[in-house]
Design a binder for this molecule. Sequence first.
Ligand SMILES: Nc1nc2c(c(=O)[nH]1)N[C@H]1C(S)=C(S)[C@@H](COP(=O)(O)O)O[C@H]1N2
Ligand SMILES: [Mo]
Length: 391
Amino acid sequence: MPPRISRRDALLAGIAGSLASRAVADEPAEPGRKFLTPATKFEDVSRGNPVPHSLTGQALVDAKLTPETWQLEIVAEDKAKIAKPLTLSFADLLALGKTKAVRYLKAMQCNNIPQPLGQGLWEGVLLRDLLALAGPIDEARRLFYWGFHNNDPKQIFRSSLALNQVLDAAPGDLPPFLAYKLNGEPIPLVRGGPVRMLVPWAHGFKSVKWLQKIVLTNKYDANDTYAIAGNDPESNHKTAAYFDSTKAEKFPAGKTIKITGTAMVGLPGLERVEYWLRADTGAKLTANDPAWKAAEWKPATIAPPPKDWSAELPAGYAAKDIWGFGPDGQPKEWPMRYSVAFWSVKLEGLKPGKYELRVRSVDKNGFAQPEPRDGKRSGKNQVPVKPFAVE
Ligand SMILES: Nc1nc2c(c(=O)[nH]1)N[C@H]1C(S)=C(S)[C@@H](COP(=O)(O)O)O[C@H]1N2
Ligand SMILES: [Mo]
């Protein structure tokens, strides 16, 4: 069952608010909201000039970015050794997928953008299953990997993983995989097809698009393009709530005000989303204003799992075949890690005036956003604010 907070539970927990602005917790937050983002509707974060997905015709063939021409090389450098360096075709991957395919729901989020870019059902084969074909492996500590980059070394977009992160995972978790399908279709070029790396727990920069090269190395330092640019190379998804829009809005007095958003469910899971409504005095709320300590946070409503998963998934896909779902076709945890939760807040009886609404997530360890860290270069998790007026 979803850990929805009923008004009674909220009262017991001492977090329910005054009747003037209560969260209505007895209905789905966003019944009409779709769980999967169409492949072409993700926000795009791509380097390259021209970007690889603008290539067509012969240029695309030369770049080996068609299913017929795509190749992945797996090699070793310096002291690291693999018994059989590999060159795999798209057909090789699909053949392996016949018996070893994994399916996984994951939201893509850039660690520098405070909201997910889109959420997909990704399908592919585990990287460790490919390494098993190349093995035995000796003296490798890390993998460096990158995609097509217009033959211009300056345009390379590279990420890295520890070999340990590729070979195993905690029970119930999934190690990195090479995806060749998104939402039941071949991954379109714009989303990094034919083949893209998918790192379940990590921000988008580990999920390299147009993947073509994997190098096993004895080096132990991360050399990610993002790390070199000052980002945290180990930025696990942060649990954090975001507004659908932080744009100032006006609402008529006397009507229920509904404000919605998403929460990214990061590595520590999501316990609840809370909101803090405050009269806007015109003065900017600074980070050490005593108002933060006195703030009254009240529970927002988190949408329960879709009643009918078959209406959310591509045709021919059963929820029970997706990682994280039980044999009964229901998610083992809700909200699910590395996907988004939809939340909503309903405000009633507000007097005309100016207000500020803030939201924050509380993770399964009890940390409220932005705790346990303010992830400036490790995943944006500052408390967002939405100004609005009642007139
Ligand atoms: N080859 C390549 N892969 C890439 C990138 C890139 O510029 N080139 N950008 C990364 C970053 S920083 C992010 S946040 C995600 C964005 O994924 P999307 O465009 O599918 O939303 O792709 C990642 N993979
Ligand atoms: Mo990113």
